[in-house]
Ligand binder design. Sequence first.
Ligand code: ATP
Ligand code: MG
Length: 529
Amino acid sequence: MEHHRSQSKIKDYFGDASLLFIDGSLLDHELIRMVFRRYEMDNNLEFVSSAETGLDIIKRQNVKAVFVNQVLPGLDGFGFLREMRKRGIRIPAIMMMLTGNEETALRALREGAHDCLTKGVRYFDSLPLILDRALARHELELERAERDNLIIESQRHWIAMFDAITDFIFMTDAEGTIVKANRALSAAFGKLPQDIIGMKCHELFGIDPEESCIPNKSGQPHTEERSINDEIYLISSFPLDYGDKPLTIYIMKNISEMKRLKDQLYHSDKLASLGLLVSGVAHEINNPLTGITAYTEILRMKFPDRDMEKELRKILESADRCKKIVANLLTFSRQKTPSRTLESINDIIERAIELRIYWLRSSDIEIVRDYDVVKSVFVDSQQIQQVILNILLNAEQAISELNRNDGTIVFSTRLDNAGQKVIVGISDNGPGIPKDIIPRIFDPFFTTKPVGSGTGLGLSISHGIITEHGGSITVESAEGEGTTFTIELPLPSRTEGNHVANDYADFFDGEKAVGSEKQTGGARGTKEP
Ligand SMILES: Nc1ncnc2c1ncn2[C@@H]1O[C@H](COP(=O)(O)OP(=O)(O)OP(=O)(O)O)[C@@H](O)[C@H]1O
Ligand SMILES: [Mg+2]
């Protein structure tokens, strides 16, 4: 029964494939054939007399097991086993030894043989049994390899999963030594995960040992916010009972950007409610102001005497100034969407300069033009002109504070590297802005100017306008080194261009200069006439 089972199993295993014998002794071939005839395997047998030919046959035919003699001409049995391994040939191999020597047998097994046998008297009778055993061992080996593969594969999945997460994930032992870490953590310090294993948490972050990864003595999961190296992290720790070693898993999420956005949102929220309040107040003030102006005019007409004229004029001037402030407040709080047209940015700048030309000349301020953009922007030109004017006025006022006669304001326009934005620069060589007030200059009502000369709305209005145009406005300044405002405006998309009018098509295609000429190089340093 047992015999039959192994018989059919062997036959099934081979099917049409070959069982190869590498053996120089021709005499044995017939006997081997006789033994395997009982297994109906005469047609599966293949005999060769050298290891080299054997390897060649394995390469070209479907060989599913091999018996190899220890002693062969050329490459011997061990050499053959080694070569099989080297070529990644995974079929059961059985070594036939001349004498039953344990050492030789062990060596054969080490070289990859699945079994050995000694060529004694009637050794061929035992061949099928040994083959059966080798096949069973081979099967076991395959199963184990498959299991190992599954484990390796699942390990890879886990590693890939942790490495794909951009938060820092790591595990420390009771002493705070990192025992595992994901790629995000090591990459943040320009290292590989294996390089940070063994480091203390505080060493890695370069912080005080006392401040190290939050100690979690409660033995409970814990989350807290911590500021490390100017970044804000949300750190969660999870104690892990791992055998007898207490471990802690940490997840650190950098929430600096999230915080910034939240602050920004809060700020714009504050601005929006402020705007609402301001517009209400401004409207209320407008009516009595009109009354003040009108009645003062009436008084002037009724009493055209010289004595009162001066005072009445003062009232009118003050009322006028109030009106201007109210107008500014209304612009600040206005929620109107801009009405846009295609316009050359250089032209808009020129128009703003034009409005101040008299003052600029009389204060001896030089205007330098460094225009390098001829593409048009899709903007509300009135609004953009107001922005330029606000910045120009600030620059004038800043320069005049210094009482210098070499005041210069440089206007530049260029495209960004990607060719998608227009960048306008406005630089002055005034006193610059102290570092601590830079973050506040875009706030509404922030001013350093004396009461009566500034409302602190210029930049806040400008910021609103540029943001509404999908652009950005930034400042760079250092005390004593002048100030540069940079405005970025997106170039119009094609649809925006078509939407306006087809006549404008060439604005997008060609380098058509609009209005003023391209002025660079030689034109630099041109002083206003
Ligand atoms: N070019 C500059 N050089 C130095 N300081 C500047 C410059 N531009 C702006 N500032 C600073 O920013 C503050 C805010 O400017 P902003 O234009 O918003 O208000 P303002 O000029 O004070 O008043 P308003 O524009 O309403 O008349 C100014 O008071 C000034 O301190
Ligand atoms: Mg101003």
